[in-house]
Design a protein around this ligand. Structure first.
Ligand SMILES: *[C@@H]1O[C@H](CO)[C@@H](O)[C@H](O)[C@H]1NC(C)=O
Ligand SMILES: *[C@@H]1O[C@H](CO)[C@@H](O)[C@H](O)[C@H]1NC(C)=O
Length: 331
């Protein structure tokens, strides 16, 4: 991705975007949105954010928990995706380690990069951007998507074969089919238009409408059915696939699989549970700060990488997720 030259940034009065790192808060089989109360849930997730994460999450998440793994200390939201595994030709699985992204302070433990952009990467388009309300949640994508056309229909859900950690193109609708020199990045863009009424919906998606296009290109206008423009939330997760280079199958087939048993990647999906304290996210959206410039109380309170890494959620599901496994957890 190309960063905006400073001179251009300064003449754009309506800029404001958050980009920040969150270290891993937990890797376990829980899913308080899709399978609330179920311990364990069907497949393994990596979760970042507030440490109140649990099988059931209700009420104002910003008021629950005691710490967050994210840079901004008022952000107790939880962000999660499926986890990537390597499948050996002998049938065993091993979890692919998660690496930190570029352009973040050093030392973040795994985790992901989270974005809250506005109209597009650089501007709010002079629109009012309305922060999510306490209790708000949504998902994007579905583990049941099992065709390439289905995957192409979700332009915000992509894979990038990394030559280095800064590679951003091309974006693929499915797993790369060759070894990637610096790993694989998964990208999840959420819809940003709200119906203005529902904090959730039975499918966790229909209260939102998607205008997201690939790679932070300008979001289209919100439809009349979903007129309220919310922040454009996106995740980037970097997977260190390189340590499996010597074990690739001889027939060249992709050896990576997402934790719900998907070796194509068509069903890539992500979950978002809003948990910013008070009006902190609205204050950030109303300000004109960009990225790191939003830290240190301008306008958001922030913390050190060491403090982020220290925060963890309780492990409610105790099972072996590392080492060589004879099956994917829960599968
Ligand atoms: C998670 O939920 C269980 C069951 O409701 C509860 O016993 C436990 O205390 C919760 N853990 C946290 C960290 O809130
Ligand atoms: C598969 O290969 C890995 C790596 O050599 C090994 O650690 C694991 O035990 C093997 N699994 C089986 C079932 O042989």
């Amino acid at each position: 991705m190309k960063w905006l030259p400073l001179a251009v940034a300064l003449i754009t009065p309506a800029q404001a975007a958050l980009r920040f790192g969150c270290s891993t808060v937990s890797i376990q089989r829980l899913d308080p949105i899709v399978e609330p109360g179920r311990t364990p849930s069907s497949h393994l997730h990596q979760i970042v954010g507030g440490n109140a994460f649990n099988a059931t999450m209700a009420g104002d998440i910003g008021e629950e928990g005691t710490c967050t793994t994210c840079t901004f200390t008022e952000d107790f939201s939880n962000y999660w995706t499926a986890v990537m595994f390597f499948k050996h030709t002998n049938g065993s699985y091993k979890r692919v380690p998660i690496m930190q992204n570029t352009a973040l302070p050093n030392g973040i433990n795994g985790g992901m990069t989270v974005y809250y952009t506005q109209q597009d990467f650089n501007s709010n388009g002079n629109q009012k951007i309305t922060a999510f309300k306490p209790g708000f949640r949504m998902t994007v994508g579905s583990p049941t998507t099992n065709t390439l056309d289905g995957a192409k229909g979700h332009p915000g859900l992509r894979f990038v074969c990394l030559s280095d950690k800064g590679t951003r193109f091309p974006e693929l609708p499915d797993f790369p089919t060759k070894k990637c020199k610096a790993g694989i990045m998964t990208v999840h863009h959420f819809p940003s238009c709200w119906d203005g009424k529902n904090l959730d919906s039975p499918d966790h998606q229909s209260h939102m409408a998607n205008t997201a296009k690939e790679a932070f290109t300008p979001a289209g206008p919100c439809p009349a059915s979903h007129p309220v423009r919310m922040p454009q939330v996106a995740y980037e997760t970097l997977w260190d696939t390189t340590q499996f280079d010597s074990m690739w199958p001889k027939d060249g087939s992709n050896p990576f699989v997402l934790s719900y048993g998907d070796n194509k990647g068509y069903g890539t999906h992500a979950d978002y549970l809003f948990g910013w304290k008070g009006d902190s996210l609205q204050r950030a959206m109303d300000s004109s700060c960009m990225f790191q410039a939003c830290e240190n109380g301008k306008p958001l309170k922030s913390q050190s990488v060491a403090a982020m890494n220290k925060c963890a959620a309780k492990q409610a599901v105790k099972e072996n997720i590392d080492g060589w496994l004879d099956r994917l957890p829960g599968m």
